[in-house]
Design a protein. Structure first.
Length: 182
């Protein structure tokens, strides 16, 4: 579990799989910020958990979804949460974080493992905005979500609907700031 490694239990899953090619410098402290390489995460059948007063530890910031949904109670259920990361110089970059659950959330951007900050963009799709199965086969990534939302706008949606779906996540792990994307 996340709490066993000193992280806040911001979400839980019935199954989790981490796979990667990572290098950890010999003299470096045991910290995510010192890793270099690639990491694939896949979590299944879980839920985000609202932050509580008794939530000790630091957030597992690679999972940006709890920062995006921090004020929600109850949390969001998901069938899968997947992402690929490139880790280098205290930074984790992703272009394909995909949360498939009560809402569909796609995230790309940078998580500062050393600075403990975020600079990410997210698309939150609900109801008819969700990616259809045919579009998902192209890959559930932020680029595909942006293209899907553009097509929906072109064929009958409004620009206001699209602007509400795109968010910017910035700030620190302990004080994330979520604003509409520009």
């Amino acid at each position: 579990t996340l709490s066993a490694f000193g992280f806040r239990p911001d979400l839980g899953a019935s199954r989790a799989r981490l796979q990667g090619e990572l290098q950890w410098p010999q003299q470096a402290p045991a910290s995510l910020a010192t890793l270099d390489g690639r990491l694939h995460m896949q979590l299944e059948q879980g839920a985000t958990r609202p932050a509580g007063v008794d939530s000790a530890g630091v957030p597992f910031a690679l999972l940006a979804v709890p920062a995006l949904t921090a004020g929600m109670s109850p949390g969001l259920n998901f069938s899968s949460l997947t992402a690929d990361f490139v880790l280098h110089d205290g930074q984790a970059m992703t272009s394909d974080l995909h949360f498939d659950g009560d809402a569909e959330i796609l995230v790309r951007g940078r998580t500062g493992l050393l600075a403990q900050d975020y600079d990410e963009q997210a698309w939150i799709l609900r109801g008819e905005e969700r990616l259809p199965a045919a579009v998902r086969r192209l890959g559930p990534t932020p680029k595909v979500a942006a293209a899907w939302l553009s097509l929906r706008e072109l064929f009958g949606g409004s620009a206001a609907d699209r602007s509400r779906a795109a968010l910017r996540l910035r700030g620190t792990w302990d004080d994330p700031i979520v604003t509409p994307a520009e």
